[in-house]
Design a binder for this molecule. Structure first.
Ligand code: NAD
Length: 286
């Protein structure tokens, strides 16, 4: 994956009152035969998992070129191992503590009424925890541990992740040693019986997670409505999916605080706007 500047492909944002827009988006959703819900970091912000790019986010403290590319991370680990331990803690602590928000549950509820495929850039497992049946994690998952070659080894639970957080916190409170940090993160990262292992998450410059990416691209090309939630449109190739869906004639409804590529933009947060939209489209059946 890689960064690009903000999308300049904005298509139509109808000038309308918020409630008219919401009703129009609900109508389009109801009429769709296949909905793809495409989520980015903003979808989990109200679960306590901060986005990386917003002010005070991970990229402010840990520049992606040093911490989120394979080479950068290797170099930083050799020269500043404590900083890498802090980065790992900053990445996993909010996810270990998180639970789905009202937006994740609304997406899961939508699948009772329509064919819904969730395509997520997130690595936090929250759509699955909310009950969404079909989820493609195109940037991988923090809970899936793989070999250096990408072969699946095992899954870790959120409870096990919390244990790693506790151990790593302890290591960072004491005089730092790399050996103790490596021991703390061993359940998810390090050298074990099968050689080097790591979480199956996509760093910048790495290929997208498979088969999730192929399935996501197929879904985007075949859907008639894409609902994008909390995705900046600046992380590629994931951000090409709404463009692809729109090029093939699908409606693209966007939810988030910033305007992104869409035929209809609902300005608002995921946890507040998604339940209202799903209620308006399919009724309240909680
Ligand atoms: P991104 O490109 O998905 O941008 C986040 C977007 O969410 C921004 O446009 C922001 O305005 C919007 N947003 C913020 N709060 C919101 C809210 N409450 N409701 C709706 N939208 C909101 O992601 P990024 O932060 O640049 O991260 C880059 C990559 O890192 C992601 O694609 C993802 O792979 C990974 N990441 C994952 C998680 C996670 O698993 N929860 C969190 C951060 C980053």
């Amino acid at each position: 994956m890689q960064f690009r500047g903000g999308s300049d492909h904005l298509i139509i944002t109808p000038v309308s009152t918020p409630s008219t827009l919401l009703n129009e988006a609900a109508r389009r959703l109801r009429q769709a035969g296949h909905v793809v819900v495409f989520t980015g970091a903003g979808a989990s912000a109200e679960s306590g998992v901060p986005t990386f790019r917003d002010r005070g986010g991970v990229w402010d403290r840990f520049p992606p070129e040093q911490f989120a590319t394979p080479q950068g991370l290797r170099d930083t680990a050799l020269t500043h191992p404590r900083r890498v331990a802090e980065f790992v803690l900053g990445l996993i602590e909010p996810i270990a503590a998180a639970s789905p928000n009202a937006g994740h549950f609304a997406v899961a509820r939508m699948a009772r009424h329509a064919r819904v495929t969730v395509v997520t850039q997130n690595i936090d497992g929250l759509h699955q925890d909310a009950g969404s049946p079909e989820v493609h994690e195109v940037h991988g998952s923090l809970f899936e541990i793989v070999t250096l070659g990408g072969e699946p080894l095992r899954r870790v639970s959120r409870t096990q992740l919390r244990q790693v957080v506790t151990e790593l916190r302890q290591v960072l409170q004491e005089p730092f040693t790399t050996a103790r940090a490596l021991e703390a993160v061993k359940p998810i990262l390090g050298i074990g019986a099968c050689g080097f292992h790591r979480p199956n998450i996509v760093l910048f410059g790495e290929p997208m997670a498979e088969p999730a990416w192929t399935l996501a691209a197929d879904a985007a090309a075949g859907c008639d409505c894409m609902l994008t939630v909390g995705a900046s449109g600046a992380v590629f190739p994931a951000a090409s999916l709404p463009e692809e869906a729109h090029a093939r004639g699908a409606e693209v409804i966007a939810i988030g605080p910033e305007r992104t590529l869409a035929t209809c933009w609902l300005k608002g947060s995921a946890a507040a706007t998604l339940p209202t939209l799903v209620d308006a489209a399919f009724g309240t059946d909680r």
